[in-house]
Design a protein around this ligand. Structure first.
Ligand code: DGY
Length: 315
């Protein structure tokens, strides 16, 4: 009889993935523990495998509480909540789920953009309230042909750029390092990109280096006719500055999938019609969540059969 690896699951996962994990591993649900710290103190030494998500991640404390840990497999592409340095130092392999979600996240960026700029949700509310009977809905703003500035030209930024070409939008971008294999112009600064763009789409990785990259100065450069879309991480934007810019009309509107303190959404945004708010669902389609789940399992299987995870976050 083969002994199953002891796997600690620190976050809720789609039911289908949970049952596949439970078939192949000896799973314990840390998220269901009433006192996780006490559990870790008593039982943490027994686990060689940790499965988590991009939003829950794995802190230094958690990794250190699992002395036998050999591999982490994370459901998601974001690495901002995973302490990669501690994992590297401890010799723990880290797998994640890049690429398989690019298309859906880019679709969501466009859903938000179309919605807020063409006032789709606002017009829907107008119809439901019965206001159409009193007169026509006000004009919105054209999307096609407008200038799109992309912050971060990584895997997802590139797919957003590809979508933009279908809308005949001139594309420019800003990222710390130039993306040498793309045909789009890289602007010298974020402020220069925001000044040029009609729509500024944030698609950069989160983490301390990107914290508050979009600040009041960038929002002022985007200006009264500019729209901001964020499908990256809430922490990339100074949320207080964003709320202020939206409330005072210093930018035209925003489409947001992510927030600084999820699931908290700033109260001031809830009553604004020039904002579309999503609950961090950019990759949440049946197809993409299935592909992410497959990769979580493949990463573990590849680690235990060949000694390395298929998609490593440590490279
Ligand atoms: C990701 O994969 O990082 C998504 O944002 C879900 O957290």
């Amino acid at each position: 009889m083969t002994v199953k690896h002891k796997l600690l699951q620190s976050a809720r996962l789609p039911a289908a993935l949970e049952s596949r994990l439970a078939q192949a591993y000896d799973v314990h649900l840390l998220w269901a523990e009433s006192d996780p710290l006490r559990f870790l103190e008593a039982q943490g030494h027994g686990f060689d495998t940790l499965v988590t998500t991009a939003t829950v991640g794995a802190s230094k404390d958690l990794i250190c509480a699992l002395p036998a840990l050999r591999v982490i497999s994370s459901f998601g592409v974001g690495l901002d909540k995973l302490d990669l340095e501690t994992a590297r130092r401890r010799g723990v392999a880290v797998g994640y789920t890049p690429d398989v979600l690019n298309e859906c996240v880019a679709d969501t960026a466009f859903a938000l953009l179309m919605d807020v700029v063409r006032r789709v949700s606002e017009a829907d509310r107008f119809v439901r309230r019965g206001e159409w009977r009193n007169g026509p809905f006000p004009l919105s703003t054209r999307v096609s042909g407008k200038r799109i500035g992309i912050v971060g030209m990584g895997r997802i930024g590139r797919v957003i750029a590809k979508r933009s070409l279908g809308f005949t939008m001139p594309v420019r971008y800003y990222s710390r390092r130039p993306a040498l294999d793309v045909p789009y112009e890289r602007m010298a600064s974020l402020v220069a990109l925001a000044e040029w763009a009609d729509f500024l789409v944030v698609a950069t990785a989160g983490g301390p280096e990107a914290r508050h990259l979009i600040n009041a100065g960038v929002l002022d450069a985007l200006g009264q006719r500019g729209y901001l879309i964020n499908i990256a991480r809430g922490t990339v934007i100074d949320e207080v500055a964003l709320v202020d810019a939206l409330v005072s009309g210093r930018i035209a509107g925003a489409g947001l999938d992510v927030y600084e303190n999820e699931p908290q959404v700033p109260e001031a945004l809830l009553g604004l019609d020039n904002v579309v708010l999503l609950p961090h669902v950019a990759s949440s389609t049946e197809e993409t969540r299935k592909a992410m789940g497959d990769l979580v399992l493949d990463n573990l299987q590849s680690f235990f059969s060949r000694g390395y995870v298929q998609a490593s976050a440590l490279e």
